[in-house]
Design a protein around this ligand. Structure first.
Ligand code: NAG
Length: 204
């Protein structure tokens, strides 16, 4: 490659990388985005009170997630941020999943939590979190959380760099969608009966 072309290539690729590094949700050209046909708004539009229900609430019987994304809180549309509150009764798991549009910054505010993610080379990174710890799950990677302490609940708050990070649950998309049994049996190098057994455990 000629020197001039090399320089041009370097400039173009570094601009592309810079673009990737700053990319969140698409930028908006207004201060905030109102839902279509919205009546005039006030401060209440920017306030989300659903999590008040968590104050002094009993521990739920199974793993529970409460979200504040643009679906529940429309003022987040265009702001590239959202939250989830995650409650893990003793021994419960948040099954393996990914968030296609954002990293997840998990802050453990109560209890202990086993967490892990798998990178694109299939390397597993795990950690035992203590109350007060923060862990980041990189964008789009498969991850999980598990409260191994059967006696005590754990509580975490997760922040996302998207108003709609999305959740793809692996058990669900593999074995609770309508992907053909034969395709799954071939994909997992097993038989259709094994696939049907896995599917039956997830039917709602
Ligand atoms: C499986 O899919 C059904 C229908 O979409 C849903 O109601 C149910 O909650 C799903 N099961 C799990 C374990 O997510």
């Amino acid at each position: 490659m000629a020197f001039g072309k090399k320089i041009l290539f370097l400039i173009v690729t570094s601009l592309a990388i810079a673009q990737m590094a700053i990319s969140g949700d698409p930028d908006i050209l207004t201060d905030f985005v109102l839902p279509p046909n919205s009546p005039p708004i006030d401060s209440n539009f920017f306030t989300f009170t659903t999590f008040r229900s968590l104050v002094s609430a009993p521990v739920p019987p199974t793993f529970k997630v409460m979200k504040a994304t643009m679906e529940q809180f429309p003022a987040l549309n265009g702001q590239s941020v959202s939250y989830a509150v995650l409650i893990y009764p003793g021994g419960s798991v948040n099954p393996v999943h990914t968030h296609p549009r954002s990293a997840e910054l998990l802050f453990l505010t109560q209890g202990t939590l086993e967490v892990g993610f798998v990178d694109s080379t299939n390397k597993l990174y795990t950690q035992s979190l203590q109350t007060g710890d923060i862990f980041v799950f990189p964008k789009g990677l498969v991850h999980f959380q598990y409260n191994a302490d059967v006696k005590n609940p754990a509580l975490a708050i997760s922040a996302f760099g998207s108003a709609n990070a999305g959740t793809v649950s692996l058990p669900n998309s593999m074995f609770n969608s309508t992907i053909d049994d034969t395709v799954l049996a071939l994909s997992f190098k097993t038989d259709v009966a094994t696939i049907q057994k896995l599917k039956s455990g997830l039917k709602g």
